[in-house]
Design a protein around this ligand. Structure first.
Ligand code: BTN
Length: 247
């Protein structure tokens, strides 16, 4: 499986790099089209949340993918992306992180990076916009987030160059995306994710999916990346969406 060719477009400011990448996808952009912004004025996260994106305080970018995987396996893309972010942060910032299901990167128990996977219908088929935000500087952390979020600068005491992180991360993404799409790659990604996340098995968590809150202990991943949870009522629940906390 060949790797995608990265083509980077840089902007001083955008509402959201995901929205810009989706527009480019609709206009026929190829896999590997990447959009980076110094700041976002309407950055968004999972579950309709805002992603606060002050100028030069974080890495805010999106990359367009046109996966050959069957659509029911597309949730694995967000797990594969979390592995790539974890590996890039370890390589360039010497920072060890945990992965909270499905794809939040945590440092010292606080969120340092988030991933938003959106799909877009284009003339050449359904595509994925993979958006990644990494808090690089303390300035990325709004006062109301200080208890739950952190930055590379806050954890390591050092500033890393945004460009160095971007290039390392795009390289890691190319590697993990090829791995995922190779024969047997889905199992490899599940295995790697499970080895690198304390949330994979034996973790007591609480999940809110909007309708209900379920508590229990994690029991590994399904083949499509869904989280198995042995709920406190004894039932095995398969979690495909929602917000997870340690309980
Ligand atoms: C989350 O943790 O909820 C996901 C956050 C994703 C934020 C990134 S920043 C770049 C890209 N553009 C956006 O509007 N969102 C993603």
């Amino acid at each position: 499986m060949s790797q995608f060719q990265v083509k980077i477009l840089r902007y001083a400011t955008l509402p959201s790099t995901n929205s810009e990448a989706a527009s480019l996808a609709l206009a026929g952009a190829a896999e590997g089209q990447c959009v980076v912004a110094d700041e976002q004025t309407a950055g968004r996260g999972r579950l309709l949340r805002q992603w606060i994106s002050p100028k030069d305080a974080g890495l805010y970018f999106s990359v367009l993918l046109r996966p050959s995987l069957p659509p029911e396996r597309w949730p694995l893309i967000s797990l594969m992306a979390a592995l790539a972010v974890q590996s890039a942060l370890a390589n360039v910032a010497h920072l060890e992180t945990d992965i909270k299901w499905p794809n939040d990167l945590l440092a010292n128990g606080k969120k340092i990076s988030g991933i938003l996977v959106e799909s877009v219908e284009t003339k050449s088929g359904r595509a994925i916009v993979l958006g990644i935000g990494i808090n690089l500087r303390s300035a990325a952390l709004a006062p109301e987030l200080i208890d739950i979020a952190t930055s590379v600068e806050s954890v390591t005491g050092r500033r890393v160059d945004r460009e160095v992180v971007l290039i390392a991360l795009l390289d890691a993404l190319k590697t993990y995306y090829s791995k995922l799409q190779a024969i047997g790659g889905e199992e490899v990604v599940i295995k790697d994710w499970s080895a690198r996340s304390s949330y994979a098995a034996g973790k007591r968590i609480r999940v809110s999916n909007g309708d209900e809150v379920i508590e229990g202990v994690t029991q590994g991943l399904e083949p499509d990346g869904a989280l198995r949870l042995k709920a406190d009522d004894g039932q095995m629940r398969i979690i495909r969406a929602g917000d997870v906390w340690c309980s």
